[in-house]
Design a protein. Structure first.
Length: 261
């Protein structure tokens, strides 16, 4: 069985010029004044949704299949903890980013970039306290998702790539993708973060930098397009494909494509 990335194309062309409508509050997703949150952790080097990162002496992100040759990295306990987290949460995060961006390769790229950044500060991320506003979600999962969403909004990701052809998708998947595509970016993020990631409306409002009532309005608009029945199968259709999960083999963590390393 092929992965989501293999089933759908990833080539494309530039989208409309200018900023994508519905870009969320930049202070939380990584722009403006709040690059460092109250937890004291530097939440990445991006300075805005459509800006390139500033020069940095920080080593470049890990390239290729995320985090190869784990055994060469220091601190075995951190290495094992990071590998387990990656294997458990990577597929679901990719599925959520895919539902937001409507592009499988962009979703993989954004989550891999976020996890490479997470590894460099994993000792701090693993010790973050749960935030009840976020429904007791693993704080590291929320951090990776937030950075991945921010990355997907950067200038080099703001492309409109060819959507999967109808013959490349099963009918339910095609119908859901078409429905999500009819939503604006902000409404689509609200639907995915609330219904697929399971975040309370208050947590989505915090991420987007808007009031909770605005999020509820976005969810109402989303439900008008993505019917209740489609919302129920949202995770089933684009959630956590087993064959796309990374796995650990002999101390190495790789991203599996098509069920094979």
């Amino acid at each position: 069985m092929s992965t989501v990335a293999q089933r759908y194309g990833a080539d494309g062309e530039f989208a409309e010029p200018g900023r994508v409508p519905g870009v969320p509050h930049p202070a939380y997703y990584g722009g403006g004044r709040h690059a460092r949150d109250d937890d004291g952790i530097d939440h990445g080097g991006w300075t805005g949704a459509a800006e390139e990162p500033p020069p940095t002496d920080e080593p470049p992100p890990i390239s290729g299949a995320l985090v190869q040759q784990h055994r060469t990295l220091p601190h075995g306990e951190l290495r094992a903890d990071f590998g387990a987290h990656l294997e458990t949460h990577y597929p679901r995060l990719v599925a959520q980013l895919y539902a937001i961006t409507l592009n499988p390769q962009e979703a993989h790229d954004a989550v891999q970039d976020a996890y490479s950044r997470a590894w460099r500060r994993w000792n701090d991320l693993r010790d973050l306290d749960e935030d009840p506003v976020h429904g007791h979600e693993d704080p590291a999962v929320g951090w990776v998702r937030r950075v991945a969403i921010r990355t997907s909004m950067r200038g080099r990701f703001l492309r409109r790539r060819r959507r999967p052809a109808a013959e490349d998708t099963d009918p339910r998947t095609g119908a859901l993708l078409e429905a999500l595509g009819r939503l604006g970016p902000a409404d689509r993020r609200a639907v995915v973060l609330h219904h697929m990631a399971g975040l309370p409306a208050a947590a989505v409002a915090e991420l987007e930098g808007v009031g909770e009532q605005e999020i509820r309005r976005r969810l109402v608009r989303g439900r008008e397009v993505v019917t209740e029945g489609m919302a129920e199968v949202l995770e089933e259709i684009v959630g956590a494909p087993v064959e796309a999960a990374p796995y650990v083999d002999g101390g190495h963590t790789r991203v599996v494509e098509g069920g094979r390393a």
